[in-house]
Design a binder for this molecule. Structure first.
Ligand SMILES: Cc1cc2nc3c(=O)[nH]c(=O)nc-3n(C[C@H](O)[C@H](O)[C@H](O)COP(=O)(O)OP(=O)(O)OC[C@H]3O[C@@H](n4cnc5c(N)ncnc54)[C@H](O)[C@@H]3O)c2cc1C
Length: 323
């Protein structure tokens, strides 16, 4: 199916569509090629109909959050990329179902804003997400978190449009969250209800500040990166820090073209800024990041016998999501 003929997927729907849409501005890496078709639905109905049509026509459908854990190939990505940034999908309902202890957060809502607003209202529960760039949907899909907890700790329910285009609500009892993973099936997170606890706004803000300060002191937050490139592996039954292994393999500062292992945090790969001449003379390239990922995997396997798996999601033409 050609890109032009795909208009039958969306032309009668309440969406904004962009052909050959540059993906770099939508990701934290700020590199990579274009999406054949970027669609921003305005309504739930448009999103479910689009999902059903993509399945009917066997068109790949990917969902983009805030692009903080994504690496898009230099050749771009095929099919349809959906972005949930219309007002409906960025909504947050505090006091959901009339309960102070519950909020319903829609898939495209910014976690950064949610964390700050929750503290302002004196609600505890999501402060562990401070300093983690994410949309709600991306955070749930990755079970994002760290030293202070993960989003899955406070999830009460998730509403997800499956690949069949049906919306289903998964209650807490059916959900299992693990390290950067969950048992949610493939699909698009439309909303999640989160459990929070009314507390003192001053204390909430203080713990938020503490978590932000910790993140800033341990991670290069302003680099063009996607956070940790590799999952922390389990070695002899114990979860080991991938960053520590990369550091001990002497790889901090290692560069391939425009990609470099961060000197601050060895599990971060940073790229020279999009569109700027880098010190290496190369402009940010996904190929460079991929080559560096492979080099790190080889060196760490050779030194420690550990196979590092990527945490960052790779998007490439004709491939299912993955490394
Ligand atoms: C500076 C920096 C620091 C970071 N620190 C941390 C950290 O401390 N802890 C941590 O866990 N992560 C961290 N990350 C990684 C990133 O913040 C998380 O993985 C985050 O959850 C990604 O969310 P996103 O909305 O940007 O998802 P994206 O990067 O846009 O997408 C990631 C995956 O989620 C899927 N997805 C997005 N939206 C939806 C949806 N609505 N429904 C279903 N699937 C969806 C995508 O299809 C893709 O598979 C960091 C990243 C950066 C750049």
């Amino acid at each position: 199916m050609t890109v032009a003929s795909r208009s039958n997927l969306y032309s009668d729907l309440d969406v904004q569509a962009e052909l050959d849409a540059a993906m770099a501005p939508h990701t934290w890496f700020g590199i990579g090629g274009s999406a054949d078709l970027l669609i921003r639905p305005n309504t739930l109905e448009a999103l479910t109909t689009l999902t059903r049509r993509c399945r009917r026509d066997a068109v790949a459908l990917r969902v983009l959050g805030s692009g903080a854990n994504l690496l898009v190939d230099d050749e771009g990505v095929d099919g349809v990329v959906v972005k949930l940034d219309a007002p409906f999908f960025q909504n947050v309902e505090f006091n959901a179902d009339g309960l102070l202890e519950r909020m319903r957060v829609y898939g495209g809502a910014s976690m950064e804003k949610l964390v700050v607003e929750s503290a302002r209202r004196g609600l505890r529960g999501v402060e562990q997400m401070a300093g983690i760039p994410a949309s709600l949907g991306g955070a749930i899909r990755m079970n994002a978190g760290g030293k202070f907890g993960a989003i899955g700790d406070v999830v009460d329910a998730v509403a997800l449009i499956g690949t069949d285009g049906e919306l289903r609500v998964y209650p807490r009892e059916e959900l299992a969250f693990a390290y950067r993973a969950s048992n949610l099936p493939a699909g698009i997170v439309v909303w999640s209800s989160l459990r929070v606890e009314p507390s003192d706004p001053i204390a909430c803000r203080a713990s938020l500040k503490e978590i932000f300060a910790y993140k800033k002191s341990t991670q290069p937050m302003s680099a063009n990166s996607a956070g940790c490139m590799f999952r922390n592996p389990t070695v002899a039954g114990v979860r080991e820090s991938a960053g520590k292994l990369i550091d001990l393999a002497g790889l901090k500062g290692t560069r391939i073209g425009s990609a470099m292992v961060s000197n601050e945090h060895a599990n971060f790969i940073a790229v020279d800024k999009r569109g700027e001449q880098s010190s290496s003379g190369r402009i940010g390239r996904t190929d460079d990041v991929r080559a560096l990922v492979e080099l790190i995997q080889e060196k760490v396997a050779a030194k420690f016998g550990v196979d590092l798996q990527t945490e960052v999601v790779f998007w490439r033409r004709g491939e299912q999501e993955g490394a």
